[in-house]
Ligand binder design. Structure first.
Ligand SMILES: Nc1ncnc2c1ncn2[C@@H]1O[C@H](COP(=O)(O)OP(=O)(O)OP(=O)(O)O)[C@@H](O)[C@H]1O
Ligand SMILES: [Mg+2]
Length: 222
């Protein structure tokens, strides 16, 4: 049987990465996929009293960020049509139930060595930025604008540098999807572009790159 109706057993050794809110596991028997699960249900209880109250009143609110993320990825996938390989986000394959809570199934982005791809922040820190890396970054930026991706947390740990289809590229793995009750950025490409520009400018500053807001591209300082 395909995994669709199973409760998937995850254990500690399968955990390959972890962020502030989610743990990332290899998908048992599906080496090309990962499962992301919120750390523990207890940790998920929001700290802000108002939010805690809202979650109690509307229990499905706790799935909101996951659903917004899926919505964002699905929309971009639909927009790309046959150009699917150019998706600047790791693909999202849906939701599964695991012994550690509901999880979202995503494409595993690997590095050239087959290991989990490195976070771009680390790559930019550890090695000299060459033309290949710069061009991967700039293609990523172009696709983010062209596809009207609503990203809200573009930083060195939410972008990974790895391969898809044998080609190295940059992929957003977290920090996307509309958050606002009135989805202004989803409705207006101009507003969205303004926000992306701001985020890429900050990213450039932290990475020691130059950001050109007219060309919407990074360059290496002389
Ligand atoms: N699809 C993927 N392919 C490869 N590595 C990934 C993928 N998704 C996540 N990772 C790795 O796992 C780390 C944590 O994942 P993620 O950012 O989704 O967790 P999070 O808890 O939501 O993050 P945050 O701390 O930013 O809230 C990433 O920084 C990245 O290194
Ligand atoms: Mg993250």
């Amino acid at each position: 049987m395909l995994f669709t109706a199973e409760v998937i057993e995850l254990s500690e050794p399968q955990r390959v990465a972890s962020g502030t809110v989610r743990s990332v596991y290899t998908f048992p028997g599906q080496p090309e996929l990962l499962i992301k699960v919120f750390h523990t249900p207890e940790n998920r209880s929001p700290r802000k009293p108002l939010k805690r109250f809202a979650w109690k009143l509307f229990p499905t609110m706790k799935f909101r960020s996951m659903l917004n993320e899926l919505n964002c990825e699905f929309l971009a996938t639909l927009r790309l049509d046959k150009e699917i390989r150019h998706l600047p986000i790791s693909r999202m394959m849906g939701i599964v139930q695991t012994n550690r809570g509901p999880g979202v199934v995503v494409e595993r982005i690997a590095g050239p060595d087959g290991e989990l791809a490195l976070q771009i922040g680390r790559v930019l820190r550890d090695r000299k930025i060459d033309e290949t890396l710069l061009s991967a970054l700039n293609s990523f930026v172009k696709r983010m604008f062209d596809l009207h991706i609503v990203a809200r947390d573009i930083n060195g740990s939410n972008i990974v540098y790895g391969t898809r289809d044998g080609t190295m590229g940059c992929f957003l793995v977290d920090g996307y999807g509309e958050r606002n009750l009135i989805p202004l950025r989803s409705m207006s490409a101009r507003l969205n572009a303004r926000s992306l520009e701001k985020q890429f400018a900050v990213f450039a500053q932290r990475a020691g790159l130059l950001w050109d807001p007219v060309q919407r591209s990074f360059s290496i300082p002389e």
